[in-house]
Design a protein around this ligand. Sequence first.
Ligand code: G6P
Length: 597
Amino acid sequence: MCGIFGYVGTRSDAPQMVLAGLKKLEYRGYDSWGIASRENGQRPAALAVEKHIGKIGQAETVLIDSTLAIGHTRWATHGGVTDANAHPHLDCEERLAVIHNGIVENHESLRHGLKARGHTFRSETDTEVIAHLVEDELTVVPEGSEQLVQALMAVFRRLDGLSAIGVLDTRTRCIAAAKNGSPLVLGWGNGENFLASDSSALLEHTRRLTFLEDGQAALVLDDTIKLYDAATGEPLLDPKVWDITWADEVADLEGHPDFMSKEIHEQPRVLRKLAEQCAPDAVALARMIAHASNVHFVGCGSASHAGKVGEYLFSRIAGKQVSFAVGSEFGYLEHFIDPKSLVVGLSQSGETIDLLDSMKAAQRRGAKLAALVNVEGSSLYRLVDHPVLLGAGPERCVLATKSFTAKLAVLLMAAHAMHGRVEHGRELVERAADEIQAFLTDGRAEMMRTLAEKIVDREHLYVIGRGPSYPMALEAALKIKEVSYMHAEGFAGGELKHGVIALIDEGTPCIVLAPNDDSFHAIISGAQEIKARGGFIVGISPRQSDVWDLHIPVADVGEGAELVNAVPPQVLAYHLARLRGLDPDKPRNLAKSVTVK
Ligand code: G6P
């Protein structure tokens, strides 16, 4: 949560560069934004600060020329969404500008002490205490090029909670950073260096990146970056520099009105690429799964639904039991993990805090770790023994679409690889990719728009499925509610009659996921029961049935059905959002990467 971008160098358009970087990171939070830069040539050095509520993506603003700037796009935790609470936050003297991602849990007592020492606060945020604490610390740390980073480390040691912090100092012309929990990436340039919350914002400037680890601090100067152990203040020599190969962001919408539409349409290409390139990784993952005495899939949000689909796929295709838990719950279930366990984390960003905590807890118990992850170099990627890169490219819409189906594709191939049939898994993914492409171009996507027009004013919508279609129903409902704000719930088809059926009345839309598998007849019975109570039945299925009030035909791609069935609800959710006048890329209250508890 919260996007961070900082620059130290010789380019005089640093504030504009920070603005452009933050626009790329807007999916991390879009309540408000702010940029602070050092006014060139001012004596004494002064800060220029611009802060606004609202989305930075729409911001047109004239910024001063400067060679040193830092900025932030906010997902509020402490303090409402106001200009004053937007970052950066300044010290009393306005020498420092602080941006922060995370939570300072002991901020109240720290604020109390600072006020008693005469500091004046301008915001309600937890972050502002950092600016004043560093200001105090600078009075005791000896002057010199490392003064700021030493002061920040002293402050960092007093903070409770998980935080990523950046501090710009107008006087020593540098940025210091420290992190625990939330991600920070350092970019190495030529006579210029960068700081960001995500590598994706840096790739247009440099591919030479250093990922700050928990408990580390950094000093970013124009000619070098220095790393430190924040606990001892000692420098860390020879920091690891990664040469990232990950595809740079295609800023262009390629004719689409928004990233959600673009990313939905990218799915056939992403799946074909996985089918072509990912078989060795799927085989290696299958081998790890086969050798483990117990296997656990963990993920959050859409990734959790992919994990749950995986539980079914491994049972049905490979005869292998895999258990599944959401990231925020795994910690309450992990007591039986031992060195023979394998824990597989699923994540687009590789930065979701609940998932990372689960993986670290499993690691402490000696388990082997693997991951399906989209972002190369992310915390999850670096943590595990075997990361499988999804290769979906940057996903800018807050909703997971292509990264979700990419995870399903890897799981499908890995499940088949358990019995030496990875080739068959590959073929299923290719067939699904062809069918998704056809669906998006042959008029069936238009049927979803017509359906959206029919149901746009309904209050509730339900989705049902059995077997692997059950987590797919959960995912379909999540897509619809997060982007259109229509209340949608997914259910296991058989559970409906145990209570949920009470919610059905005349015209209630109910989407039925009915692949041509062993669940078909039972799910049709469930649909009949809903129809008998007035429900409007939308069947996503290769098969005809009298129960359908609206049939969305999809090709029968066998065990690739989940890949295909993911897409019609994505398209429906998209049109519901559009018809309701909502921005599908940035639903209210959400952020793409959740790095706070
Ligand atoms: C947030 C996003 C979801 C995403 C979830 C997990 O809640 O809004 O779209 O599924 O985080 O993110 P991850 O990056 O771990 O897949």
